[in-house]
Design a binder for this molecule. Structure first.
Ligand code: PGA
Length: 264
């Protein structure tokens, strides 16, 4: 895992957006795995800016979101389709038929999950997966004790995750308890992962993900098994990393060719 500690969430966000933009410029048909939540909001704003001001062309890009709630339509405030429309889709030239979300309203949810896996495979797999991390160490909505081999399926959110989601919704809006999420096995098949985490609230989860044992109790720790994961954190989220000085040293001494290759 490559850990990049930046002075602020803004700088970490811009670094993440640069990686995404570079992948798209180099591979106009790139398949992007997208995340929702507070963390990637500014990254999407930066992609919108790059689209408007620098001509970043997303017209041939395909996207797959990590997760969606079960049983709500796109108008519901908790809908991740709605989130993506608001923060990215309606501002850029992504083709609507190439933006994929798990179908949380399907009559047969198991079939919808299998179809999502099929669609990712048919698109050639995910080139770059954006990730956040829950304070409990979840990636996607793979809550603690999720199988490290899991595929896209229905999960039940923990009370703490539900509370974090509720806090972002208009008061009185109740998010559904159930979601469809890509599995950990699905995420691990992405060619590259970029995980962003900001703030002291994420520091313990980040330390366990990077430096703890690989365990289903901390689903993000499975990324230790992924060959090309970049973790972009601000100082607060890096606050509990035992080897923080080493990670800084690695970045300071990163060879130019590696920077060029990684877009960092
Ligand atoms: P957040 O969520 O960006 O809203 O903190 C991250 C996550 O739960 O994966």
């Amino acid at each position: 895992m490559e850990v990049i500690i930046l002075p602020s969430a803004t700088e970490a966000t811009l670094a993440g957006a640069r990686i995404v933009a570079r992948v798209v410029r180099e591979s106009p048909h790139a398949v992007l795995g997208l995340a929702t939540g507070e963390t990637p909001e500014r990254l999407y704003a930066e992609l919108v800016r790059a689209h408007r001001q620098e001509g970043l062309d997303l017209s041939r890009v395909t996207t797959f979101n990590l997760d969606e709630h079960v049983g709500i339509d796109d108008a519901h405030p908790a809908s991740y389709r709605r989130y993506m429309q608001e923060h990215l889709f309606r501002h850029v030239n992504l083709r609507p038929d190439r933006t994929h979300m798990p179908d949380g309203r399907a009559a047969d949810l198991d079939a919808a999950c299998a179809a999502y896996e099929d669609a990712i495979r048919a698109a050639g797999g995910i080139d770059l997966q954006l990730l956040g991390i829950g304070a409990d160490g979840h990636i996607g909505f793979n809550e603690p004790t999720s199988s490290l081999a899991s595929r896209t399926r229905v999960k039940t959110l923990t009370a703490a995750t539900l509370e974090a989601i509720r806090a972002r919704l208009p008061s009185g809006t109740e998010p559904p308890r159930h979601v469809i999420t890509m599995g950990i096995g699905t995420i691990l098949e992405a060619k590259r992962c970029v995980l962003l985490a900001f703030g002291e609230r994420k520091a313990a989860a980040v330390a366990k993900m990077v430096e703890g044992p690989v365990t289903a109790l901390v689903p993000a720790s499975a990324l230790q098994l992924h060959a090309r994961t970049t973790v972009l954190v601000d100082e607060e989220a890096a606050g509990r990393l035992a080897l923080a000085d080493y990670y800084r040293d690695v970045q300071r001494n990163k060879p130019a060719w590696q920077r060029e290759r990684d877009g960092s």
